[in-house]
Ligand binder design. Structure first.
Ligand code: WTA
Length: 643
């Protein structure tokens, strides 16, 4: 270990007495979970309003498919909207929407109830019934959140597809889930431009057997093609529908949503989340980890609803807790790098939750930008998506948090549904860069290949050794893949294999080190090497491709691709590189475009034909080559490095 690493491991930030005095979390939380974990979750589930109580907290008899709060019924949207209105908080702002071009709208919980009811009535009129799937392909506008909640209200299972994904990516998700309705916009605002989105939806839906309707929100005011009978305008349907709707209760295990995420191999996996357990953990973690005080705090999670962070910490967690939150449509530098800080100042944001990649970008832009604003409303900061480097952690606390705001470094995954490992503000003494410890009610271990549990100073794999309420219930349409991907590695022990490396330091603090599989983490986005490789080889000029994630100062990792051209394909240099990078953007998304792409004559392979990514990473990161003894022909590197 380097001495710099030792330094920050010794640096500890205990909670201030003032913060601890009013913190939601107290020492009794951990004590209760330790005394009886299931009784603890029973108590947490009572944060919600249930139509029918459950008879059993956990049924694990069909492991690894859990049933939580067996027999209980509830309506998720009722819990996120109606009950706050019924409790007399209908005039509280739920969403302060800030459009990229500067338009704003504030929706109270009364407004949200009317909007969600209108959308639910419209979806019902379209013939949708509980269990049907709805794809949502929208930017960060209130109608996207309204659509998700309207689905939840009706027991429809939503599948949100990030609006930055290509039509090909949308199509494969629509087909896999057999979505009947696709909700989209005419266009979205991006860096001052109205960028069309409906054409991508049209292309995706063309010939898609399951799709009956496309519902379109007019956001950018641009012309769109129209398919009569299939396409409907939001303002001609939802906005004209009745604002009255009576919700019906669904089983705790009713599927709430599917969210596709990258795995090690093959096509993206549709992660399934259900209702009662998911909402319980979303609400519990949002309340305690963010120390959220309804009616006082202004909360802002900067994620996009296209990712799980947006699902749990923009929609279900905060709204179930009656939060007032900011929803911002655009990029942090539109029109200038001041945008986020202007928004914090304008709305008095007190809790700010973002990703390390953005913090590093702010650092690069310079502290004079945040320093030009009054950020004194901020009292808590959160980080998610990748390990936060200690330098970024310190800068975040010092510059954005005035040297005093606690930072919660939250580890979790699309699959876990909600935060699993994080400091508890007011309780945990934090270390810059460490996620510290599992939350009360959550159990995790660091283990080696032989399933030995490691202690202080140990470095190994992160596993979750007990089921948790928000855990995924499977992979859509592929129960076998669910077992293989997460449960086969430690099958005898029955542990969930997270795919991350982790270690305990000498004080027992837990540090998540990043993926141990072929999943890359680019600006907090999960992209698998094989996905980018298949996109590249689908180009007619490419015979073979190998992709690695190389360290990148700002984005955490950057995508570096090595390709071999087909016989007769002409290498046109920069033009070819651009063509191939653009091809990946079309096949997957601009976020999956390789940062660097090299045309090479050969790829380093083992005798058994496996591409040696470790060596390619060495090349990509400009290191001396590691062990090449198992290579068929070590000379291939001379050719690769010659590029
Ligand atoms: C990584 C995002 C270190 C990790 C919520 C995980 C983190 C993957 C952290 C899941 C963190 C997320 N520290 N690494 N605080 N948070 N990760 O599914 O590798 O998009 O497995 O969920 O992000 O990414 P996903």
């Amino acid at each position: 270990m380097t001495s710099a690493a030792q330094d920050h491991e010794q640096q500890v930030f205990p909670p201030s007495a003032e913060f601890a005095a009013t913190a939601n979390a107290g020492p009794e939380l951990q004590a209760a979970a330790d005394a009886d974990r299931l009784a603890f979750w029973d108590t947490q589930a009572q944060r919600l309003d249930w139509a029918t109580p459950w008879s059993e907290v956990l049924d694990w008899s069909d492991a690894p498919v859990a049933k939580w709060f067996v027999g209980g019924t509830l309506n998720v949207a009722y819990n996120c909207v109606d009950r706050h209105v019924l409790a007399g908080n209908g005039d509280r702002v739920a969403i302060h929407f800030e459009g990229e071009p500067g338009d704003t709208r504030s929706l109270t919980y009364n407004d949200l109830l009317a909007e969600v009811s209108r959308a639910a009535n419209t979806f019902t009129d379209l013939g949708l019934v509980p269990g049907d799937r709805v794809a949502i392909y929208m930017p960060m506008i209130p109608e996207a959140i309204v659509s998700m909640l309207a689905c939840a209200r009706l027991g429809l299972t939503h599948s949100v597809v990030f609006a930055g994904f290509s039509s090909a990516a949308l199509r494969s998700r629509v087909d896999d889930a057999e979505a009947k309705l696709v909700i989209t916009v005419d266009g979205q605002w991006r860096r001052g431009q109205a960028a069309p989105l409906k054409p991508a939806a049209d292309e995706a839906v063309h010939g898609a057997a399951s799709v009956e309707h496309v519902l379109v929100v007019k956001r950018a005011g641009i012309d769109v093609d129209w398919t009569e009978g299939r396409d409907l305008w939001w303002h001609e349907t939802v906005e004209k529908a009745s604002p009255e709707h009576t919700p019906q209760a669904f089983d705790a295990e009713h599927p709430l949503y599917i969210l596709y995420t990258s795995g090690t191999t093959g096509k993206p996996k549709g992660i399934i989340h259900t209702s009662g357990g998911y909402l319980t953990q979303a609400s519990y973690t949002h309340h305690y980890v963010f120390d959220h005080k309804p009616g006082e705090d202004v909360y802002w999670c900067t994620a996009d609803i296209g990712w799980v962070t947006g699902h749990t910490y923009i929609v279900y967690g905060p709204l179930s807790n009656g939060a007032t939150q900011v929803v911002y449509e655009g990029t942090p530098n539109a029109p200038t790098e001041h945008r986020h800080f202007e928004i914090i100042e304008k709305y008095g944001v007190s809790i700010y939750y973002t990703a390390p990649t953005l913090i590093r970008t702010f650092m690069k832009w310079g502290r004079e930008i945040p320093d030009a604003h009054d950020l004194s409303s901020i009292r808590l900061l959160g980080s998610v998506g990748e390990p936060i480097n200690p330098e970024a952690w310190r800068w975040y606390r010092e510059v954005i948090g005035a040297g005093s705001a606690p930072i919660v470094d939250t580890w979790w995954q699309t699959e876990t549904g909600a935060i699993m490992i994080s400091p508890l503000p007011g309780i945990t003494a934090t270390k810059p860069g460490a996620a510290m410890a599992p939350l009360p009610g959550i159990s995790a271990k660091i283990v080696d290949d032989e399933a030995n549990s490691l202690g202080k100073g140990g470095n190994g794999y992160l596993v979750l050794d007990e089921p948790w309420p928000a855990m995924l219930r499977g992979i859509w349409g592929d129960p076998q893949r669910y077992r293989e991907t997460y449960w086969s590695r430690y099958e005898d022990q029955g542990w969930y294999f997270a795919g991350d490396g982790a270690r305990y330091d000498e004080d027992g603090a837990l540090w998540v080190l990043g993926r141990v599989d072929d999943v890359m983490n680019i600006s907090g986005h999960r992209i698998s090497t094989s996905e980018v490789e298949s996109a590249l080889v689908s180009h007619p000029k490419v015979a073979e491709a190998a992709v690695v994630g190389a360290a990148d100062e700002t984005t955490g990792q950057g995508i570096v691709a090595f390709v071999i051209l087909r016989e007769g394909a002409e290498n046109t240099g920069d033009a070819l590189v651009k063509e191939l990078r653009d091809h990946v953007a079309v096949e997957i998304s601009p976020i999956a475009k390789p940062r660097q792409l090299m045309v090479v004559p050969e790829l380093p392979k083992t005798r058994s034909g496996k591409i040696m990514r470790r060596l390619l990473r060495d090349v990509a990161e400009g290191r001396e080559l590691g062990d090449t003894s198992t290579l068929v022909d070590p000379k291939v590197f001379d050719a690769i490095r010659g590029k």
